[in-house]
Design a protein around this ligand. Sequence first.
Ligand SMILES: [Zn+2]
Length: 397
Amino acid sequence: MDLAQIGATPKGGVCRLALTDLDRQGRDLVVGWLRDAGASVEVDGAGNIFAIRRGRNDGAPVLTGSHVDTQPSGGKFDGNYGVLAGLEVLRTLNDGGVVTKKPVGVAIWTNEEGSRFIPTMGGSGAFARVFTLDYLLAQRDIDGISFGDALRGIGYAGPAPVGERTVDAYFEAHIEQGPILEREDRVIGVVTGALGQRWYDCIWTGQDAHAGPTPMEARHDALRGASRMVEAVNAIALGHAPDGRATVGFMQVKPNSRNVIPGQVTMSVDVRHPDDEALATMDRELRVAAAAIARDLRLECDVRQVVEFAASRFNGDCVDSVERAAAMLGLSSRRIVSGAAHDAVYLSHVAPTAMIFVPCKDGISHNEIEDAKPEHLEAGANVLLHAMLERAGVERK
Ligand SMILES: [Zn+2]
């Protein structure tokens, strides 16, 4: 709640965009808390922060973490919960005088949200070498300010090389951002992986013409193509129920004039599925549907894939650790696939990884009314603690 005061919005949410002065204030506050918990803090060239608590032995830490940037009309919990749950793990180990065999640590990843700078999950993506640091630093916001300049501006362009640190395992706690746990009245989501995603631009081309003199049968109305495509996209996802998802969320109509038949429409399509083969099938179905609609309406349709994330499957041992911790604490749980991408998805490329979900009110996130119950947040932090302890090993209590 203290962290949520920084960038607080009137409706109870948070606006703390990546690499703004508010982001600096939020980072400074949390880094202060992590230092007070005795962690040694290191910042890398992408602004990722690592707060490490020493273990009996040196070597790769068992890491947790998430992000403290938010959407423009974001909530208090997305990302911030995962970081603060990690802080609570360190404080709890201190309170109990616990010495772990391996070091344990908390990471704060830069620009997870992708609101101010594309790509999303920029810091963890550079860390996992999905793209280069130079690529990340060269990205610009809508005012033309580069990621690199903004990072230096808030004093978080650190000296540590990006991605050279090895990680023994990574566990991330996060609100579910969906309705399943709440609906089933379960406290812990044992996250087994994340949906694969393919994003497309579909460009429908017909012909601009006067809305009056042009007879119905003589038209090449690009918006009719796009309209049928919205239904086709939804039907494709329903054909892959319950795991398939498909969404048209963006549409640009040209010339977008009341008395002109639209000559061109650009629309987005977002397709998701936990199985890469099913995702490939959905891709084929999308292209077949577009071609059939275009033929029928005498239009052209160009389907361009612009983003692809393979489905990620988290590490079996780490997933089991999370499940065991929930059972040991007597908490109800279920296995679940994440519909959204998280920093953990990129971390899973370089370290054994799992995630812990807790319910959020009505499944709503990326919204100022985002909310979660203190007892659920506590339960998730306890599961995180015990999953990390199992992995790190306890030397002395
Ligand atoms: Zn998040």
